[in-house]
Structures are given as structure tokens and as C-alpha cells.
Design a protein around this ligand. Sequence first.
Ligand code: PEP
Ligand code: MN
Length: 359
Amino acid sequence: MEITGLKPVFGIEDIKSQTIYIAGPCSAESEEQTLETARQLADAGIKIFRAGVWKPRTKPGGFEGRGRMALDWLRKVREQTGMMVATEIANRKHLEDALEADIDAIWIGARTSANPFAVQEIADTLATLPQEKKDSLTVLIKNPVNPDLELWIGAIERIYASGVRRIGAIHRGFSSYGKHIYRNEPRWAIAIELNRRIPEMPIIFDPSHVGGRRDLVAPLAHQAIDMNYEGLIIESHCNPDCALSDSAQQITPAELASLLATLNKRSHSLPTKSLDELRRKIDRIDDELLELLSRRMEVSREIGRYKKEHRLPVVQTTRYKDLMERRVAESERLDMSADFVRALLAVIHEESVRQQVKL
Ligand code: PEP
Ligand code: MN
């Protein structure tokens, strides 16, 4: 499915020159905590407030959110601060309640976007909305917990097919077994590929759920801005140590304000002239690479003709193994990972074999 004709999320027309900042507590815990955090964030210049109303918990017994009544607190946040408000929904009922409370934006959480039944139920409900609502609502789709780009794109396509057009993605990292520095591995290449596949769609980075720790939020946020993400969604709580969910990764609104002050606008972060030069350099190298590969294929076809004449098999496993091992052994000296060299040689070899078989 081709995803085009998207409209700006949150109605922010000038998305290329401004970064979207979304901030707020992991959960709306009480009216006081929600409004106090919101007031401080509004003072810090935040325009979009997030708060979880229904919380998906790994184990039973955790804080599962205040549910429907917390939607009233979000409404008050909007009335009192003028911020737009966003919350997570996981099923039809959540969506209906959020719409009734006139929430500006919803997001589909990582556990939900991994479940096509749940996403389809949400999409089917969105499809029944009056055109006016479809036009104004922003829907953000978090990556599924597992590193599966097609599943992520599938969720985006389902929402797109409902007729909603203000669609964005949130990159919150991928879970894996065992202890790692990051709570959820960023696997940047997956988001880069998502951007290549759906170039019109903004991608917002979530350093809070990737890092899982307060001290990792700022460096991850900087990295994402340097990588040209369209925005950040950051968990912020007026009293992080007492937060009922994700306490370790939440920062105070004051800490968020000083982080924002150090995040340069992307247009200032890179000197454009030298960037252009570097890009031209890369282009020339890519041209050379393709020329070289084409010459390699020519030789390969010649070998193919020889093999055919002498009735030799196209693939000779020992030769392939030898060719592979010698190059992989060189990978470190060449400053590349062994996995990359192996994968690269495998696709080159595959094309060689294809060309020889064709003869
Ligand atoms: C959240 O944003 O608080 C949340 C539960 O996120 P995720 O779906 O990324 O775990
Ligand atoms: Mn959270």
C-alpha cells in the first residue's frame, strides 16, 4: 500500500523547520499530579502534553492507570494551559472514550501495534468517524515491541486505510532478552528504513522508553535530533521519584527545559556546505562501486560460460567458503563489521550465481 497525501500531525504545517516536542508523565496518576506537571511543562514551552490513562503492565498488580476519569484531567490541562493533549489507546472502548473527551491525539502503544487484531479494531472504529473528526485527529503508531518493520508498517497501513491522514510514527526501541544498557534497543536501522519506505511520515523518537534511565534521556535525544527525527516524546513528571510507573526514566519539567535549551534546531546543527561536499563524495564512491560490481559480473559471466562448456556446476561450495572467509577475516582492518562483510558478499555472490544460471 502506498502511503501518500498525509497531513501534518498536530496541524503543525512547518514540520521541516520545527521539532515536535511532546512531554508529560508516563501516567496521569491524580488530578493534582497531572495539572501540576502540565503547568510546569507549559512554562517550559511545551505545546503537546502526553499522559497514559490506561497502562499496559507486564505483570498483574502494577499500576494500571486511572482509566476514564483521567480523561477529564487531560481536558482540564487543555483548558488551563492551552496545550494539545495526547493519550494511549489499545482498543475500541479506549478510543471511543478518548474521542468523547475530545483528546487531540492518540497513540497506539508498542504492545498493541504488535497485534494486528487490536490495530484493525481501532482502525475499523476510526473509519466510522465523521470526516471532520478524521481530518483533525492525530494518530501516532509506536513501533511494535519486536523488531519487525513489516509489522510496524502493517499497523500504519491499517490506520491509513481508515481514512485518517494525520499519521506519525514513534520509535521507542525494541525489547530483547537479558540486561542491556538500553531498556529497549534502538535498532536505528529499522527507523531509517521506515523513513525510506514512507518518506512523508514524520518519525518521533522516544528517548525515555529506549533509555529506561534518566541519565540516558539527554544523550539519546541529542542523537535523534542529529539524525533528523521530526520530534521527541519525553516522559516528564513533577516528582519522578514518586511516579507510579516508569519512575526511573522520568525527568522533571525543569530538567526537560534545560535539555530543550541545548538541543539545537536541526538546520543549525550541521554546516550545510560541507555536508553537500560530503554527499557528493559519497555519490561518486557509490557510482564507482556500481561500476566495479558491473565489471565483476562481467567476469562472473565469463566464468559461467567456461563452466557450461566444461560441464562444471555453477556453485562450488569450497570456493565460496574460501572467498567468504578470506574477506571476513579482513573486515576488522577495513573498519567494518564481519556481519556486514558476510552479508555483502552473500548478495554479490547470489547475483553472480543468478547471472551464471541464466546462461
Ligand atoms: C508509554 O508511552 O508510557 C508506554 C507505555 O509506551 P510503550 O508502548 O512504548 O511501552
Ligand atoms: Mn512509560
